[in-house]
Design a protein around this ligand. Sequence first.
Ligand SMILES: [Zn+2]
Length: 212
Amino acid sequence: MTQSETALRDHIVLIGKSLYDRGYGVGSSGNLSVRVDDGILITPTNTSLGRLDAGRIAKVAPDGSHVSGDKPSKEGFLHLAVYARRPEMRAVVHLHSTYSVALSTLAAADPENMLPPITAYFVMRVGTLPLVPYYPPGDRGLADAVGAAMAGAHAVLLANHGSVVAGKSLDEAHYAAEELEETAKLWFLLRGETTRFLDIGQVAELRARFQS
Ligand SMILES: [Zn+2]
């Protein structure tokens, strides 16, 4: 195991516990992965994000075969679909966090972009948020749909399920996943209120300044 892989494993444990302790990953829900030279490291199946063991985190080859560690999350194929589609992405965070799941069930929302530009940080860290249609857990059609949606976005909602967020580092991915969850919460707090969102010019300026 390389020094950098050891550090990545420790970072997954740290971020997993942080997400769990703050209620972003209840029970054994949610999974985190990072890209390494020979595949991905991903949190094991049926394991709480609050009690990860660095040495038991699974390694999975790009073709989906299990290389080492505990049995990988059964949602690992979602992560692999993102890495295959977006070579520059180094980490994926998938959560069943409460407000993101609630948002993913709204029948009247725009499936091309599920949230308006409520704050600058949502625009900067999350941007466009498409909805991937519902598939049963473990359905390989979900991986294809996520890969397709991720071609033009780095965050998506899975209908009646949760969020998938990719980043160029684990920190970038989990910051964006948290920004998404908090913005979804704001959206529910503001429902029924006459709300002033950022306008088209303000969003364009943020994209020009902050999106690479
Ligand atoms: Zn899930």
